[in-house]
Write a protein that binds this ligand. Structure first.
Ligand SMILES: C[S@@+](CC[C@H](N)C(=O)[O-])C[C@H]1O[C@@H](n2cnc3c(N)ncnc32)[C@H](O)[C@@H]1O
Length: 248
């Protein structure tokens, strides 16, 4: 067991709970179907967390490389699945140009922003390769000073911010991706909440995790009370799952 206070996503992973991105497992199923539809074989997964999606892809026979800078999550990933797992953050990650058929990123690119992440994805993808991602972003209704405050507060409370520090909107993402030579394959607005079935199975996994790690019950309960707070005003956030193709 790691010592010291765990961030929210670390706690969830230690308890055995993954799919910590908007839309949960359903969003992953959608993105993996797109990878299959495009015949992707060699996949780079950015911010793989504890490796649930990594494992699903490896089991389907894909050649997966994972990036996960967090040591707690990377260790859980490496225990789960035997794939190359890199500690280097995506910004600093280097690999052969055009090496990958697909880059998959669930709940992570929001942190890095569109300019640098899209340029790096483009370099790593082969011509015709795809970027498949899911994220939660601010809408134009969001007020910049409040957004910065919410970012800092949620990062302080949960150890991970809920959304970018600047009002980066979906329109901005699309503009940058098009400028860098991507074309949109499919985008779906999604309900960021997990489905009722997924919520039930998540609750069961949390209960089992807490039975194995009773020392984590107080931390879990404090996070649970903070998660009940409606942090952002209605209409300020929206979530998308989206697939883009690199031009040839
Ligand atoms: C919200 S979690 C999502 C984890 C996993 N993709 C999932 O959906 O359950 C974001 C993940 O991105 C990782 N991450 C944060 N900054 C990163 C960076 N600069 N490069 C790559 N991964 C990063 C975090 O360590 C964390 O595992």
């Amino acid at each position: 067991m790691p010592s010291g206070p765990l961030a929210f996503h670390e706690l969830m992973a230690v308890l055995g709970v993954g799919d910590l991105h908007p839309g949960g497992r359903q969003a992953t199923t959608f993105l993996l179907a797109e990878l299959a539809r495009h015949g992707s074989r060699r996949v780079l997964e950015v911010g793989a967390g504890m490796g649930l999606t990594t494992e699903r892809m490896a089991r389907s026979g894909l050649d997966v490389t994972a990036i996960e800078p967090n040591p707690i999550l990377r260790r859980l990933l490496e225990e789960r699945v035997r794939v190359p797992a890199h500690a280097t953050p995506f910004e600093a990650f280097e690999d052969g140009e055009g090496r990958y058929d697909a880059v998959l990123a669930e709940g992570v690119l929001y942190k890095l922003g569109p300019e640098s992440s899209a340029a790096k994805v483009r370099r790593l993808l082969r011509p015709g390769g795809i970027l498949a991602f899911v994220d939660m972003l601010w809408t134009p209704a969001a007020k910049p000073d409040v957004v910065a405050f919410l970012h800092d507060q949620t990062r302080a409370v949960f150890g991970i911010p809920m959304a970018p520090r600047q009002v980066v909107t979906w329109e901005e993402w699309k503009t940058v991706l098009r400028r860098l030579g991507f074309s949109e394959v499919v985008t779906r607005a999604i309900d960021p909440a997990a489905s009722p079935a997924e919520r039930r199975s998540r609750r069961a996994r949390i209960a089992l995790g807490l039975i194995s790690h009773p020392e984590l019950v107080p931390l879990f309960l404090s996070y649970r009370s903070y998660r009940r707070i409606p942090w952002a005003p209605p209409g300020w956030l929206e979530s998308f799952t989206s697939v883009w193709q690199r031009s040839a």
